[in-house]
Design a protein. Structure first.
Length: 330
């Protein structure tokens, strides 16, 4: 269990995050444990903060490879990022909620979240810098969690350092609840939980894989609707690893429809109607939508809840599955 003190923003524009190393982290390296405590920052960035002294252990600097005993106090000081490489671009955003501290957005499928190799522009971060230029002073323009390019749905953006620190801490403590809708190949008999550690694939840099010694990850799923050879699932995250639902459901034997990395290619069920076959052939992304977001507002402490309907392509596929199931049962 990670214990957290209240995060703050000091006069120098530095955001302070505090955490306690859990007892089960005894014997692990400082840099590895820090990545687990603050999973929404890259390992390279966390490593740089350790080396610069921005990440401390019991009030003192420590080597990245130092083995921990458990129970140590960690502090992470994050300065304003006044030089953001991403440039502002007038890209439309679906704003579900906006106040002085945060935004909640409904990201469209196909929109990349962060600039990177092959995607220097046209991303959500570029759009945010145009929407609110002050976000240039917040890490990652306020983005505290991400969705894959072809996953649609809700995400929260911090508009100042204090809120950013609070939301990152809440994510690490699993205090932000995220619920997804997924259409999968196969029909589970019942819901369940996939509790399997995730890490980079040993040979494919684009993929993640279930691997012993990887970062802990747990996904709970429930069956919402069953069809002939598919199902609509509700997936709830305890952790938020890269590609988590996609990898976990494939690991459980129910890969997401349309998933180019983990779906195993197009699967047309025997006896599918022409309409369903066309819908499945035309769905060229993972059938995953982040439809529900719930957390305590960092400023007021009030629980806030947001919902977003799946986009048109997702609903069209769902309707085709329903119509095919009704035809087969008639």
């Amino acid at each position: 269990m990670v214990d957290r003190n209240r995060d703050r923003e000091d006069d120098a524009g530095v955001s302070l995050l505090r955490a306690q190393v859990p007892s089960d982290a005894a014997g692990r390296r400082f840099d590895q444990v820090l990545a687990g405590l603050f999973p929404d920052y890259s390992r390279s960035r966390l490593s740089a903060w350790i080396k610069s002294g921005a990440a401390t252990l019991d009030g003192a600097t420590a080597a990245p490879r130092l083995l921990l005993r458990g129970g140590e106090a960690v502090e992470l000081r994050i300065a304003e990022e006044t030089a953001v490489r991403a440039v502002a671009e007038p890209i439309g955003l679906a704003v579900v909620h906006a106040d002085d501290d945060l935004l909640v957005l409904d990201k469209s499928a196909g929109l990349v979240v962060h600039p990177g190799a092959g995607n220097p522009r046209g991303t959500l971060q570029n759009a945010l810098l145009h929407f609110d230029p002050k976000l240039a002073n917040v890490p990652r323009a306020g983005i505290v969690h991400r969705l894959d390019k072809d996953t649609s749905g809700l995400l929260v953006v911090a508009r100042n350092l204090r809120t950013h620190a609070a939301l990152v801490a809440m994510l690490s403590a699993r205090d932000i609840h995220r619920r997804y809708a997924a259409i999968v190949n196969g029909v589970p008999v019942a819901g369940g939980t996939v509790d399997a550690p995730l890490d980079r694939h040993p040979t494919d840099r684009l993929r993640r894989a279930v691997r012993e010694g990887g970062r802990p990850a747990r996904t709970h799923y429930r069956v919402r609707e069953r069809f002939g050879a598919h199902a609509l699932l509700q997936c709830d995250l305890e952790s938020g690893r890269t590609h988590q639902i996609r990898v976990h459901m494939a690991h459980a034997g129910y890969p997401l429809v349309g998933d180019p990395l983990y779906g195993g290619g197009l699967k047309l069920p025997r006896g599918a109607s022409p309409q369903l076959a066309e819908a499945l052939r035309g769905f060229r992304r993972q059938a995953l939508h982040a439809g529900h977001l719930e957390f305590a507002h960092p400023a007021s402490g009030e629980m806030v809840r947001f919902d977003a309907q799946p986009p048109e392509d997702f609903l069209k596929l769902l309707n085709a599955l329903r119509e095919d199931a009704a035809r087969a049962g008639s």
